[in-house]
Write a new protein. Structure first.
Length: 255
């Protein structure tokens, strides 16, 4: 079956490089990615970016720690997922699935703008997100993802459309149930790493973010991603600004 994959840049965050990669210096502008997948059986998004309220009321939306770390000036009026989809003549109300890499604010903040989709999330991630201590322990904000969507909590690899073309890959460690996504296109196998691997250098040098849920699990996930790359898959590093400059943007297909 033919699958089309598109990249959408949903604005930028500016943050401290050393918090995102050990040894990083200065500040860095981070692209905020979402990916649109069109399959004969349905339309899916892998992540939805940030909530529009961050432009005007970040203090009311995320914690003091996040506010002190990140700048939101690179998140403009046309950068939310609803605006991005409408700009390429796609109706957010007709998106069937939201495949959640993980529950951090810059990956699920736009879920509210995609009202009719079923959310596919790894069970450990959803359970962590719904726990009473989810904000304090994991940095998850229920205002982003507890929006009344139908939720399909999966465990381990999950074949989204049943034909092997779009497969959720558990890459735990960054958070309790992070998942990457493998997409089989006409031009080969693509793996969207999500935050299992922020930057190309993360994979090459094994320098992790300062705050992760489980370092050993994250390192094991990097090993898995590297094995996929050695097997011929093309990895897409969503937060790497230099890498992202070469990523075609919708409506041009990614591959």
């Amino acid at each position: 079956m033919s699958v089309k994959l598109y990249a959408l840049t949903c604005g930028h965050l500016n943050g401290p490089f050393d918090a995102l990669m050990e040894g990083g210096e200065g500040r860095i502008d981070l692209p905020i990615p979402s990916f649109l997948i069109e399959h004969p059986k349905g339309r899916a998004l892998y992540d939805t970016g940030m909530h529009p309220e961050l432009r005007t009321n970040a203090k009311g939306r995320v914690s003091e720690r996040i506010n002190s770390m990140f700048g939101f000036s690179g998140f403009g009026p046309g950068d939310d997922i609803k605006s991005k989809l409408e700009a390429i003549d796609k109706d957010p109300a007709k998106v069937d699935l939201i495949i959640v890499s993980h529950l951090h604010f810059d990956h699920v903040g736009g879920n509210e703008l995609v009202p009719n989709a079923t959310v596919i999330v790894q069970r450990p991630e959803w359970e962590a997100g719904m726990a009473p201590e989810s904000e304090a322990r994991f940095g998850f904000y229920k205002a982003d993802f507890d929006k009344g969507h139908k939720v399909k909590a999966v465990e381990g690899e999950y074949d989204v459309f049943g034909d092997g073309s779009v497969v959720c890959l558990p890459t735990y460690g960054h958070t309790p149930g992070h998942q990457s996504l493998k997409v089989r296109t006409e031009k080969g196998e693509i793996v969207l790493t999500g935050d299992a691997c922020y930057f190309c250098r993360t994979l090459k040098e094994r320098r992790l973010p300062v705050r992760v849920f489980d370092r050993e699990l994250m390192l094991a996930s990097l090993d898995r991603l590297q094995a996929l790359e050695k097997g011929g898959a093309e990895l897409i590093f969503g937060h790497d600004p230099e890498f992202w400059k070469g990523v075609p943007q919708a409506p041009v297909p990614l591959f």
